[in-house]
Write a protein that binds this ligand. Sequence first.
Ligand code: ZN
Ligand code: ZN
Length: 333
Amino acid sequence: MKVHFKGTRGSIPTAPSSDVIREKVVATLLAARGKDLRSESQIREFVDKVLPFQDGHTYGGNTPCINVETGSDDFLIFDGGSGIRCLSQDILKANLTNKTYHIFFSHLHYDHIQGIPFFAPAYIPGNKIIFHGCHNTIEQALKDQMRTPYFPIPFDTFAADISFEIHSPSETLNLCDVEITMHEQNHPGVSYGYRIDQGEKSFVYSTDAEHKKLAHGKEYPFVDFIKQTDMLIFDAPYTHSQSIGNREHWGHSSNIMGVELAARGEVNTLALFHHDPASTDQELDDFLSHTKNFLDRSKLAVRETRPGIPGAPSPRAHPNEVIVAYDGLVFEL
Ligand SMILES: [Zn+2]
Ligand SMILES: [Zn+2]
């Protein structure tokens, strides 16, 4: 499977301003001083391997949407934030017609549905679009956001064959050559996480979920839900202190909670997701460094308590890797 991250920002789309781009150019030219950068390949290597991510790239500002390549002819998409418009552009460029699109919603907050009116395949006859989720208000929410005075054309303008499938979180679904299971999450109005399994490969898409004290208990169903997956896409807009401070009860979690749960769930890669709209690229780079530091120290701490002590915890082996997801990232499992 290949996971295409089309939108990774939470709450509201954030576009970089002219000043932000200017500062990246300045930082790049400063870093290039004294380097041998005559050929294009030297320049590309410098940008890809030497420049910090924050100078050569951006984490991006589209709201949540991921597209999963499964080998099936049908599309498998999670959430319809503004990132789905970029996917829509790829589809138009490739001239795809008569396709089936399965679009699953974690929940119906605006940042997860706002891209749907801009999803071009919905306007093209011959396409089939199936909206999936566990909220029985999906149809209403998608129609409401396209009503006057919020949008110029109504939902009925969609010319594709549109249908809705409302699921119970206890169901197991088989479509697009994968198996999908669901998990109810703590978030205002409730959200659902999705686990996608295909043969030996698996990942979890878990956004907009606040894990509180219960998460530290011995039995925490989310740990079983994510067990031994290759990647956990985890809602982590906050630092630990924000998550237990003034942003407690806002429905989101921290990078530290992500590491703890990924460790207990024996997850291979932890992908931090749903970035705070206020976080700059520099802050997200720092966030990643802090998260990696915490992971390294927590692995060490467990190892130190081990030697010769019966019943001491095994060395913490997971997660093997932490990344900050960004718009445009393609992650192969
Ligand atoms: Zn959200
Ligand atoms: Zn939400």
